[in-house]
Design a protein around this ligand. Structure first.
Ligand code: 13P
Ligand code: SF4
Length: 371
C-alpha cells in the first residue's frame, strides 16, 4: 500500500465551510476539464462534489466514457488504477489520498496467483482454468488475468462473468472447466450458490499454505477454486445480527452486500452490489423497513434520501471502510487547487505493459456488461 505524505496544515485546519466553498470554486474554474467520480462509500462532504456517483461497475463505465482531461477518483486505489487502465490518451487520473488502498486487493499477489493457476492446470491434466478477478484487485493481478484468458468482475456482474467463463467458446464464452475466483472468497461462493452450485463444488485456496492447503483430489473435483481473501468491513456482519434485527423490528427486510459470508447472505432476504441495494430500497413502498449489511456512509445517505422508509445499518457498530474514509475535503481541495495551478499531484499511473494486459480483462467484463 502506498503512503500519503502529509499535506499542508492550512488544508487540514481549514473550517468545513471554507473547504466546501473552495472546492466548489476549483470545480467552477476547471469546468469540463475535470470529472470527479465518487463511490457510494464516500463521506457526504466529498460525495456531494462528485459529477458521477456509483458502484465500482458504474464508475468503471463512467471513467471509460468521460472526455475530461482530469479524472479525480474519490474511492480507493484499485478503482483509480482501473480508471487509469481504461483512460484515453492525454487523460490523467488522480487519487486524492494515496493511502486509500483496499485490504482485500492486497490479499492477492500476482506471483502467488500465477503459482495457483499453474498448479491447478498441472494437477488437472491441462484443464482449461480461467481466472475471474474481482475488480478489488491490483493492476498486476488484473494483467495476469488478461494474459490467462480471464476477465474481471464486480459485485454487480459476478454471475454474468462466471456464466461467461463456463460457457462454451461456440456460445461466446471462455469454455472453462474450472474458475479460479479471486480475491474474495465470499463473493465467489455466494455467486456459485446463486447459480445453483453447492459447497461440494467449491474449495478454498489459501496462498499462505503449500499447494493452497489443498489435495490434488480436492482440486480435481472442484468447479470453483476460491481464493482465501475477504473484506474486513463485510466479514463483520453476522447471522446473529440478522436474527436480532428480525426480532427487534418485525417485518423488516434485510439486504446485504455479497462480500458478506454465505451464512449471512442466506439468512438475509436479498443481496446485491451497492447500486443494487440502492435500487431495491428506493423502489420499495413507503413505510418499508430495511436493515442493510454494507458500509455506513452509504446506508446513512440512503436513509436520508428515503425519509418515508425506515432504513438502518444491520449491525449496531457502524461499519466504516477506513480506506474509503481517507478521502476527505482537505485532500480533495489540495489536489484540485494544485490542478488550478497547472500541477498534477497524486497521479495514478499503471505501467503501460501492465495496463495493456489488465485492459483486456477489464474490457472482457465491460463487453459482457453492455458497454
Ligand atoms: P461495489 O461493487 O458494490 O461498488 O463494491 C465495492 C466494494 O469495495 C465493496 O466493498
Ligand atoms: Fe476494500 Fe472492503 Fe473497503 Fe470495499 S469495503 S474498499 S472491499 S476494504
Amino acid at each position: 500500500m502506498r503512503m500519503q505524505p502529509p499535506i499542508e496544515a492550512r488544508y487540514t485546519e481549514m473550517p468545513e465551510d471554507e473547504l466546501a466553498r473552495r472546492i466548489a470554486e476549483c470545480k467552477e474554474r476547471l469546468g469540463s476539464q475535470l470529472c470527479i467520480l465518487g463511490h457510494h462509500y464516500q463521506r457526504d462532504s466529498v460525495f456531494r462534489f462528485a459529477d458521477f456517483t456509483g458502484d465500482s461497475l458504474k464508475l468503471s463505465q463512467r471513467s471509460a466514457e468521460t472526455a475530461a482531461k482530469f479524472i479525480v477518483f474519490c474511492g480507493v486505489h484499485f478503482m483509480a488504477e482501473s480508471a487509469d487502465i481504461l483512460r484515453h490518451e492525454g487523460q490523467v487520473v488522480i487519487l486524492p489520498d494515496l493511502s486509500a488502498g483496499c485490504s482485500m486487493a492486497e490479499m492477492a499477489d500476482a506471483e502467488d496467483v500465477e503459482d495457483a493457476l499453474r498448479l491447478i492446470e498441472r494437477v488437472c491434466d491441462e484443464a482449461n482454468v480461467i481466472p475471474v478477478t474481482y475488480v478489488n484487485s491490483t493492476a498486476d493481478v488484473k494483467a495476469l488475468t488478461g494474459r490467462w484468458g480471464g476477465a474481471c468482475c464486480t459485485s454487480s456482474n459476478a454471475r454474468k462473468m462466471f456464466d461467461w467463463a463456463l460457457r462454451s467458446e461456440d456460445q461466446g464464452g471462455a469454455g472453462a472447466d474450472k474458475i479460479l475466483a479471486l480475491p474474495d472468497e465470499h463473493l465467489a461462493r455466494n455467486t456459485a450458490f446463486a447459480m445453483g452450485y453447492q459447497g461440494s463444488d467449491c474449495v478454498v485456496y489459501d496462498p499462505r499454505k503449500t499447494d493452497g492447503g489443498l489435495s490434488k483430489e480436492a482440486i480435481r473435483k472442484a468447479r470453483f477454486i476460491l481464493w482465501k481473501g475477504h473484506c474486513y468491513v463485510h466479514q463483520k456482519f453476522t447471522v446473529e445480527q440478522v436474527d436480532a434485527v428480525r426480532v427487534q423490528t418485525p417485518g423488516i427486510r434485510i439486504i446485504v452486500h455479497p462480500e458478506c459470508s454465505q451464512a449471512v447472505v442466506q439468512a438475509a432476504d436479498e443481496s446485491g452490489s451497492t447500486e443494487q441495494i440502492i435500487r431495491a430500497v428506493s423502489a420499495s413502498a413507503p413505510l418499508s423497513k430495511w436493515a442493510i449489511g454494507t458500509e455506513v456512509n452509504m446506508v446513512r445517505r440512503l436513509a436520508a434520501n428515503n425519509p418515508d422508509k425506515f432504513v438502518r445499518v444491520l449491525s449496531d457498530a457502524p461499519p466504516l471502510c477506513a480506506m474509503m474514509d481517507r478521502i476527505d475535503p482537505p485532500h480533495l481541495l489540495w489536489v484540485l487547487e494544485e490542478l488550478c495551478h497547472d500541477k498534477v499531484v497524486n497521479r495514478i499511473s499503471v505501467p503501460p505493459a501492465i495496463a495493456a494486459d489488465a485492459k483486456v480483462a477489464l474490457e472482457r467484463m465491460l463487453e459482457q456488461s453492455g458497454t
